[in-house]
Design a protein around this ligand. Structure first.
Ligand code: CO8
Length: 295
């Protein structure tokens, strides 16, 4: 059986809502479907300010995401923005306008992005509308990015006299290459989903109305697989951005060796040899009827 979720720890806040286990929106209606075992949905909730990332929201986001990451029942996390207009239109410019170099040096605000980057659970951004500035940086901090056809990405900070400060210059450059990143960063030009896909910034573009469902489906697919192996694969891919090739391969080999002897490795290989579906630890068997599955 899946471990019961603590309703208080996963209740979220006014600014950052949590649904865990998440429910897939049913096609063509506002009803929700069955709970998705192992999937948590985190929603940035300031729709009237296009989900601008205030310091309070960033604090809540970090707290929520860390709580989900330490819950063994959570095996994939989707982050999205409330409403149709934006994932997040950046850090809250009203608050930023009051900052000084010293106040920013002492600020905990940056930790919001850092805490999302640090989670071991696979993360997926579901982006509709604007993902600008810190919002684009947050989407890029996630492991995968599902973009609705109405998504708009950009790092427009130069137009307000600053530069990205939450990883944008680094993650955009790694994602799309220096020459392309340089153009976007130095002009502040916004790009639509199809161009973002061509540049390699996003995992997949889907029709706008299907964005959240597509992200949740991907999360559910990952959550149905062995969590330890998913975390190891994530750690190995992340290392590719940090390490030289030789060091990355050493790191991968260490993570590969560590899989051996785990219940999932033993069961996965035994099931293959015995020509039957695997029964992952703590998960319903694939043949169990849906009504027997924990919700
Ligand atoms: N901050 C605060 N409020 C915002 C933001 C924002 N980033 N974006 C939009 N809003 C608010 C607007 O002020 C407006 O509020 P109100 O209705 O009360 O006037 C509401 O959201 C709707 O916005 P608009 O009326 O402007 O809607 P439009 O459709 O006309 O325009 C845009 C939409 C193009 C997205 C426009 O709102 C815009 O350009 N927003 C700002 C985008 C931007 O520059 N983002 C980068 C911010 S800097 C940053 O993210 C740095 C990150 C690193 C900092 C780390 C700190 C710790």
């Amino acid at each position: 059986m899946t471990e019961a979720l603590d309703p208080i720890r996963h209740s979220g806040t006014d600014l950052v809502q949590v649904e865990c286990p998440a429910r897939r929106p049913a096609a063509g209606s506002h009803d929700t479907g069955a709970p998705l075992d192992g999937v948590a949905l985190v929603t940035l909730n300031r729709p009237r300010a296009l989900n601008a990332l205030s310091f309070a929201l960033l604090t809540d986001l970090g707290r929520v995401i860390e709580a989900l990451d330490t819950d063994p029942a959570v095996r994939a996390i989707v982050i999205t923005g409330a409403g149709r207009r934006a994932f997040a239109a950046g850090a809250d410019i009203g608050e930023l306008a009051e900052q000084t170099p010293d106040s920013l040096a002492a600020s905990e605000g940056f930790r919001g992005w850092d805490r999302v980057a640090a989670v071991e659970t696979p993360t997926i951004a579901a982006v509709r509308g604007y993902a600008l500035g810190g919002g684009c940086e947050l989407a890029m901090t996630c492991d995968m990015l599902i973009a609705g056809s109405d998504a708009v990405f950009g790092q427009p900070e130069i137009k307000i006299g600053i530069i990205p400060g939450a990883g944008g210059t680094q993650r955009l450059t790694r994602a799309i290459g220096a020459a392309r990143a340089m153009e976007l960063l130095l002009t502040g030009r916004q790009i639509r989903a199809d161009e973002a896909a061509r540049l390699g910034l996003v995992t997949k573009v889907v029709p706008a109305e299907e964005t959240l469902a597509a992200a949740l489906d991907l999360a559910a697919e990952i959550a149905a697989l062995p969590a330890g192996a998913a975390r190891a694969a994530k750690a190995a891919v992340r290392a590719a951005a940090e390490l030289p090739l030789a060091g990355g391969i050493v790191h991968e080999r260490m993570l590969f060796r560590e899989r051996f002897g785990t219940p999932d490795q033993v069961e996965g290989m035994r099931a293959f040899v015995e020509k039957r579906p695997p029964r992952w630890e703590g998960r319903p068997a694939p043949s169990d009827p849906p009504e027997d599955r924990p919700g």
